[in-house]
Design a protein around this ligand. Sequence first.
Ligand code: RFL
Ligand code: PHB
Length: 388
Amino acid sequence: MRTQVVIIGAGPAGLLLGQLLHKRGIANIILERQTAEHVLGRVRAGVIEQVTMDLLDEAGVGARMHADGLIHEGVQICVDGTRHRLSFKELTGKTVMVYGQTEITKDLMDGRAAADVPSIYSAQDVTPHDISGDRPRVSYRAGGKTHEIVCDFVAGCDGFHGISRKSVPARAINTYERVYPLGWLGILADTPPVSEELIYVRHPLGFALCSMRSPTRSRYYLQCSLAEDLDSWPDERFWEELKPRLDDEARDRLVTGPSIEKSIAPLRSFVAEPMRFGRLFLAGDAAHIVPPTGAKGLNLAASDVRYLSRALIEHYEEKSDAGLEHYSARALARVWKAERFSWWMTMTLHRISDNPFDHQLQLAELDYLFRSKAAATAFAENYVGLPY
Ligand code: RFL
Ligand code: PHB
């Protein structure tokens, strides 16, 4: 088999890249380790930046997002029982959209199926070969046989645990990492959200987040220890731990109910650079991870894909490799700023240390954020997404 670009991974990065390339007549095949149902079953991101929305429109899959997504003009931060609002609209003129990653993935999968572009799910032992030469190949096993695809480029969109980054010789890649001693325990419930806007909660008992997927579906998170076992978190315990962290109004409005999904995500900051090795290009979580506190992971995956898709289009249409040469540096400039913002939000809102000095610093950071227009603007600019 032969194609122009083999894309490893059918998460948002791989599916979006495939759709943007297909729109410009660039042949691509996606190889995904899991089944499509498994990929669609993962509940992850909820907030998307304007630039991500624009890219989904460009990929021709934005219709349902515009119909069902919720535009948010601001966000709320609750500090020890008192709520504050930051208006993105007033501070930056921009907004964000609440539309789940599950829905985005579905829209992209449907768009790909409608365009009849090949995707191979349940592909086992996907392995890139000869990525430092001009004729890379990717092998995989399916249906009891080994197959091989010859291509021009390999896009490693296979997430943090994927094979792509591991295929790069260790001497050719630098990694930077910070692991936080905590996780997020998340639940999804068919109950109305406590507020029309997201509430990030800083509380001595630990961080919480009140988010949503629709006016009738809520998504809540609680800071938890990494040793936590889901079995020891029946729904009632979750609601009981959430309530005392909220302000009075939110507590009064909280509607509890049975969870329809429950999971624990560890918090990590990670960057691998460069994001290119020969003809292998890394994009999304395959190259970098942010803790979810800034809602940046999916948006960074989309911004990598924007740079990479334009660079590949330039290669095929204009016979110029300038975009490919600059891909890593351009993507990383945006990645590191999102790393900084996500780290800052994580350190400012979670109970990480028992040192009262650190607690006072958090309160000072937040007090400054609420009182200084400059600080609030800097926060809002980062939350709605920095320009490309
Ligand atoms: P994904 O989504 O992990 O997809 C990678 C795909 O590659 C497949 N794969 C392989 N395929 C073939 N061969 C192999 N060897 C393979 N190894 C892996 C996997 O099965 C998978 O299908 O990476 P991608 O596309 O880069 O997308 C990244 C986003 O999923 C991620 O950054 C976000 O979910 C992060 N995130 C959030 N981001 C936001 O922008 N806004 C948010 O509000 C937000 N909230 C979150 C989040 C992530 C969370 N968790 C669970 C980590 C909330 C949570 C709780
Ligand atoms: C979510 O709704 O899942 C969500 C929202 C904001 C975040 C992280 C996750 O910062």
